[in-house]
Design a binder for this molecule. Structure first.
Ligand SMILES: [Zn+2]
Ligand SMILES: [Zn+2]
Length: 218
């Protein structure tokens, strides 16, 4: 039996996903989710389309059986996160993720630190998805990330798509009061709510409702 069933990271045809917002909401209802976050990629939006996107999320959220939130997934680059303040203030939350190919884990850690310092960012997306390919950061580097996240009140998602972060990192988040979310990173309505890995590892790490960023809705 799945507990705290929510999916805080999904894409639609507003960026590189397939299916409409209505399709994703219907899929979330069919799967019995308590909360769905629609989080299309930031670089697909212009000011006009962002307004339309948010209106559409609000429209389908109004009579839905679950809480529907409007977010985006921004890109962390050497110049910072590509979600400006005017965008963030219209949204319920902002995920920031590393998407560029890097050579070394130190580079990845430096980028994530930029996002943790950014007032517009709420959640770090799929933290460590490229570590198996580029190498793992040192314990000290991970400690720095956790210290900064704790100090700045940032959350991490538990990504079922990439199966990150690892359980030790999640345990440490829980111990420090760093909030967590479940994330399918769905790119089609059929993938919405695919968070069983997130749920399993969260429970295994000893997580409870109060450890979830959106616990109040679940
Ligand atoms: Zn991503
Ligand atoms: Zn994504």
């Amino acid at each position: 039996m799945l507990k705290f069933l929510h999916d805080a990271h999904t894409h639609t045809a507003y960026s590189d996903g397939t299916g409409s917002i209505a399709d994703s909401v219907a899929a979330a209802e069919a799967r019995g989710l308590a909360l769905l976050g629609i989080t299309d990629h930031s670089h697909h939006f212009e000011p006009g389309t962002l307004g339309r996107y948010i209106r559409e999320v609000r429209y389908w959220g109004e009579d839905a059986e679950l809480t529907i939130l409007a977010g985006v997934e921004g890109n962390i680059t050497a110049g910072g996160v590509d979600v400006p303040g005017f965008m963030a203030e219209k949204l319920d939350y902002v995920i920031a993720s590393v998407h560029e190919w890097l050579e070394r884990p130190e580079e990845y850690v430096e980028l994530v630190k930029l996002a943790l310092e950014d007032d517009n960012v709420d959640i770090i997306g799929h933290f460590g998805a490229s570590f198996p390919y580029i190498g793992f950061p040192s314990a000290d580097e991970l400690e720095e990330i956790l210290d900064l996240a704790e100090a700045r009140g940032k959350a991490f998602e538990i990504s079922s798509r990439y199966r990150v972060p690892d359980i030790d990192f999640i345990r440490e988040c829980i111990r420090r009061g760093i909030k967590l979310t479940f994330a399918s990173d769905a790119h089609s309505p059929g993938e919405v709510g695919g968070v069983s890995w997130s749920e399993r590892i969260f429970e295994k790490a000893g997580g409870a409702r109060e450890d979830l960023l959106f616990g109040e809705f679940l």
